[in-house]
Write a protein that binds this ligand. Structure first.
Ligand code: ARG
Length: 276
């Protein structure tokens, strides 16, 4: 990656406080129902993340948490928006199904969004990423654990942007956003080992200048980052990843999200980007 100046762009995000966050079921390998979550700590860490984003000049909308939906804090899974069109989520597991309607209600009430309800199972920004400056606007989409590949074709029809399907093969990295992140409008970082060999070739062809992460970075949730094009907000444990993004000209900003990691998520999972 060349050392050009990394310019931030103001973003609008949607977060949901971990008011009802627990680990009471296990739908990914990180979740352990035997280990109690520290609710106060989770809320405190979430507040610090929100303050970090607003402190960088971004707007953060808050979706009210609902009792009985302990994973609702992972707001990235609730929808995927591109240029004012919102492709709604449809969760794979029944425990999370009702979150989709809460997100839909947000879009119906808050802005003039075009909301499209999905037919196919998909977990929003968990498995979809958007690169507005790559190839005129490119969607990357993961499948293998949660999102049905049929949703990739559906998203392409709804959003009118090319969607590249990528096969996730490691259960530890069950959502695309645990294995790949947009660093800015054109550049990505990813852990190749999370993808099938063919999908690795696709990524190498489309993004020859990508910043490559290793397994340690991915396990520290270092790829589960949020970037505004300059500031890269990532989990405190992801020290190797912080060094890599700094060497590539970005400014890493650490936040401690140790409690959210117990549910199998970190920064990106807790932050949906709203692209009007
Ligand atoms: N416990 C949640 C699940 O397994 C974590 C979701 C993490 N979100 C994300 N965008 N990767 O569904």
């Amino acid at each position: 990656m060349s050392h050009v100046e990394r310019l931030p762009r103001n973003r609008t995000y949607l977060m949901c406080p971990p008011e009802h966050f627990t680990v009471e079921y296990a739908i990914n390998p990180w979740m352990d129902i035997e280990v109690a979550v520290d609710a106060g700590r989770a809320l405190h860490q979430w507040e610090a993340l929100r303050t970090t984003l607003t402190g960088l000049g971004h707007q953060v909308h808050v979706l009210d948490a609902r009792p009985g939906l302990p994973d609702m804090v992972y707001s990235a899974n609730g929808a995927f928006s591109v240029d004012g069109t919102v492709y709604g989520a449809r969760f794979k597991y029944p425990q999370r199904a009702a979150e989709a309607a809460a997100h839909q209600a947000f879009y119906a009430s808050s802005f003039s969004w075009r909301f499209v309800a999905p037919q196919q199972v998909n977990e929003g920004e968990g498995d979809f990423a958007y690169l507005p400056g790559a190839y005129g606007g490119l969607v990357l989409a993961g499948y293998g654990f949660r999102t049905d590949p049929a949703a990739h074709a559906e998203a392409q029809e709804v959003l009118g942007r090319p969607v590249i399907s990528l096969n996730l093969v490691d259960p530890a990295f069950y959502h695309l956003d645990t294995a790949l992140a947009a660093l800015d409008d054109r550049h990505v970082t990813y852990y190749p080992g999370a993808f099938s060999p063919a999908s690795q070739r696709v990524l190498a062809q489309l993004f020859p200048d990508a910043l490559l992460a290793d397994r340690e970075d991915a396990e520290a949730f270092g790829l589960n980052l949020v970037s505004d094009g300059r500031h890269v907000i990532l989990n405190t444990e992801a020290t190797g990843m912080a060094r890599k993004v700094r060497a590539a000209g970005y400014d890493p900003v650490h936040v401690d999200l140790s409690e959210l990691k117990r549910g199998g998520g970190s920064v990106k999972c807790a932050v949906a980007e709203l692209r009007a």
